[in-house]
Ligand binder design. Structure first.
Ligand SMILES: [Zn+2]
Ligand SMILES: [Zn+2]
Length: 260
């Protein structure tokens, strides 16, 4: 039997108590130093040392407890589907093709945070597979291609070897904690849709106050679905174009005022 502490949720409470206690202890030590240094006359009562935490730590078997190792398993199982949903939901880029996204962006920045996440996750999983294979003296992983199919096969391989990985002294904690992290990260990304900023100028085509920009993107677009219905769809322009129009509008208003 091991006396290792499970790194999972089961120990959330002792972990929190332990942190609180460490902070309280530091405060108490500072107070004690002041108390000792103070002169007898203005010395108050001696600061009371904080009580030791009482909740018990759950032991792993040997690293993760049963309940948390099954949490890691279901998180790993979910990753594939979570990622698929993340890619489908997109980043607020709407239905623009990749080429359009790239050409509408003045900088060679990333066209899609969701695809970046996918690449990062696939690399991360691959690295764990490599490390575990190496620790077992197994041959290196076959090439699994890129993107979504690579994720599916990496997840499949790791699921098949999960019991071994979670029982390995060098891999158990890092892998399990990382899987739970990725699961939370993708769940959070699914909840947060990019923020839209409404623009002041009216749409030059439909004349409604429906122009908006997705935060962080170089694109202002009309949100009126009927805008340009028979003229190639809603207005889309870059920030520079929008700023240019805004400038012209202000100038026009000034000239108009001066003339009248
Ligand atoms: Zn646990
Ligand atoms: Zn419009």
């Amino acid at each position: 039997m091991s006396d290792r502490v499970c790194p999972g949720k089961c120990n959330a409470r002792p972990r929190r108590e332990h942190d609180d206690h460490a902070r309280a202890l530091a405060t108490w030590q500072a107070e004690m130093a002041d108390w000792i240094a103070s002169s007898d006359e203005d010395r108050g009562p001696e600061p009371v040392r904080p009580a030791e935490p009482t909740s018990r730590w759950m032991a792993g078997a040997p690293y993760w407890c049963l309940s948390d190792s099954s949490a890691v398993r279901s998180a790993l199982t979910d990753l594939d589907e979570q990622m698929t949903l993340r890619l489908l939901a997109g980043d607020g880029h709407g239905s623009l093709s990749l080429a359009e996204r790239v050409s509408s962006s003045p900088e060679p920045g990333s066209p899609s945070p969701a695809h970046d996440d996918l690449d990062e996750l696939v690399r991360w999983l691959r690295e764990w597979e490599r490390a575990y294979r190496e620790s077992q003296g197994w041959p290196t992983a076959p090439h699994r291609g890129e993107a979504a199919p690579a994720l599916t096969s990496a997840v499949g391989w790791l699921l098949a070897h999960l019991d071994g990985i979670l029982a390995h002294p060098d891999h158990a904690e890092g892998f399990g904690v990382g899987i739970l992290y990725w699961h939370n990260r993708l769940a959070a990304a699914a909840k947060t849709r990019p923020r839209r900023i409404s623009k002041q100028l009216r749409c030059p085509q439909c004349h409604l106050a429906t122009l908006s920009q997705v935060e962080g993107e170089d694109r202002v677009e009309c949100r009126n679905r009927d805008c340009g219905a028979n003229r190639g769809g809603p207005v889309v322009m870059t920030i520079d174009e929008y700023e240019g129009r805004a400038h012209e509008t202000i100038e026009a208003a000034r000239t108009h005022r001066r003339a009248s």
